[in-house]
Every structure is written in C-alpha cells, then in structure tokens.
Design a binder for this molecule. Sequence first.
Ligand code: G3P
Ligand code: CA
Length: 334
Amino acid sequence: MRKAKEMSLTRRTFLQALGTGAGIAGAAALTSTLAQRRDKGRVTAAPRKILIAHRGASAYAPEHTLESYSLALKQGADFVEQDLQISRDGQLVCLHDLTLERTTNFKDVFPQRFREGTVDDKSISTRHWYVSDFTLKEIKQLDAGSWFAPKFKDARVPTFHEAVDLVKGKAGLYPETKEPEVYGQLGFNMERLLLKDLQKNRLGNRSLARHTPVIIQSFSAESLKTLFGLVGSKSSLVLLVNESVAPYWLTAKGLAEASKFAGGIGPAKTLIDKNLVQQAHDLGLTVTPYTVRQSDHGPFKTLSAEMSYFLYDLGVDALFTDNPDLFPRSRITN
Ligand code: G3P
Ligand code: CA
C-alpha cells in the first residue's frame, strides 16, 4: 500500500516537471492548467498531454537539423528530441544512425573513409561510414539536408550543445542515448558526456531546469541505470521498449523492475493497449508511445485522430510525433 502511494507520487512529480517546461514553450504552465480531480478520495492531477517533436518536425524538414528543431518550436512542441551519437573526438552530435550514410552526403566528401565489415555468413562485405570514425570538424563539412529536399542543402549535423542553445528556454530537451554499449567499447561514456554537456549548459541547475526540462530516454536499461546512479533520481528517465524486448519489459515483472530506475516507459505504439497504460500508471510510470506520423496512421482517418486515440482514449501521457502541428490539444470526437 505504502509502495503504491510512493510510486504514484513519483509519476506526479515527473509529469509536473514535464509541464513546467511546456509553459515556457508558449502554452500555459502545467501547474496552472492541472485539472484536479478526485479519485477514490485522493486528489490526483490530470495534466495536459505532452508533445515531443520526434527528431524535430521531421515530417517537414530533415531530421536532426537545426531547421527541423526550429520548425518544431514554431509548431508548439513541448519537447524536442535528440538522438545522440559520438564523434571521433568525443563530441555529442545529433543523428539517429550509427553511420552517416542515410542522412548525409558522406560519399561526396569522404569517399574512401569507410570501414569494411562482413555480415552473417561472412561472405558479404559491407562498407560503413561510422560517425565515430570522423571528427566533429569533418562531420560539419557534410550536407545533412539534401537527402530530404534540395532546399535544405546547407543544413548541418548539429552538436548536442547547439541543439541545447536553440531549444533552451523555449521547450524541453529529450535526448536519447543511442547504442551506448557500442560507444562504451570505443572508450566513450555516453552518459557522462551527456550529463557534462547538460551541466555546461546549466541544465543541472534547478531554476533553469524549470524552464527547460530534460528527459533522457534509452532502449538500454543499463544506460538508464547508469544515469540513475549518476543523477540520483529516476523521475526524468524513460525506458524505450521495442517489439524484441517487450516480452519482458511489458510484463508485470518487467514493469515493476523498470519502475525502480525509470519514471516512464516509451513503447512502440503497436505495443500499447489500455491495460498496459493502466498497469504502468499504477506503478507510477508515465507512458509515451513512439512514433506517430502522417505517413503511417493505420486504420485512423487522420493522424490527429490517431494521436487523439492514444492520448485521450488509451490515456497515454505524451507521444513522439514527426508532425507536431497535428497534435490535438483536446480529444477529437468524430
Ligand atoms: O525515441 C523514441 C523513438 O525515437 C525511438 O525510436 O529509432 O526513432 O529513435 P527511434
Ligand atoms: Ca529516438
């Protein structure tokens, strides 16, 4: 009984942290918009739903560029997401993949700088341009926009520091530690690098953090446990869950374990149903599905209708979307 009470307090603290950032993003502060409701004699908070711009406004501008982040802010994002990789000289950069191949003109600039590997039966040779093989100065030479549309040809891969500078004071930051184990093998400690960058930006400072909340997400439970150990709080840590790890993390046992080192779960949207949301909430965990986007709104008439279903029918707390402009601030009824 006592345990349940403590956990429910944790979720409320987490949601309030999310909400104060939303206030600075241009909407009313959560604290002033909390709809207090009575639930079996307890006062519980029904905070506004949180919009996370996935890789920025990535339906309209090349993902993880300052152009995409700026547009997300204009479209009213409460948080802007950054996937993190590490350059050869130890700088955190915002890029989804371990390699430069999908989103830059790597071949034009560094045609010979690949690393050779093999796959499966070792008979097929592959060439890869890993982020970790290039210095920040080299990465900055790359065009990170033309793959999306010619008008974005001047877009660059931003450092995390540049992303913070752009977003700070306007919305929250939502960095993801990507492949921390791979970087660990290269001698980097992604969690420490991230916390150092946040501290440099005074985001460890309580008063500033109130205007720019930071939520850290990862598919790696180990990474979140490390962060929990370093930060001493789980409330701003979210465990991402995909189909392959769901069989454990979305069981009663897995959820209970996650609640010991994270304040929320971020499952793939296909894994979510009302029962899961309820179970997670009962443990004090927030629920934030990924990724809701215009190009794939399943059986729903519109993307906004799909988002409304997750937010107001299933009761998730927040969601990741490529289309921040289509986020419904209230239930869509038709
Ligand atoms: O971080 C939420 C979602 O972005 C996870 O998937 O592959 O887009 O990073 P991915
Ligand atoms: Ca991500």
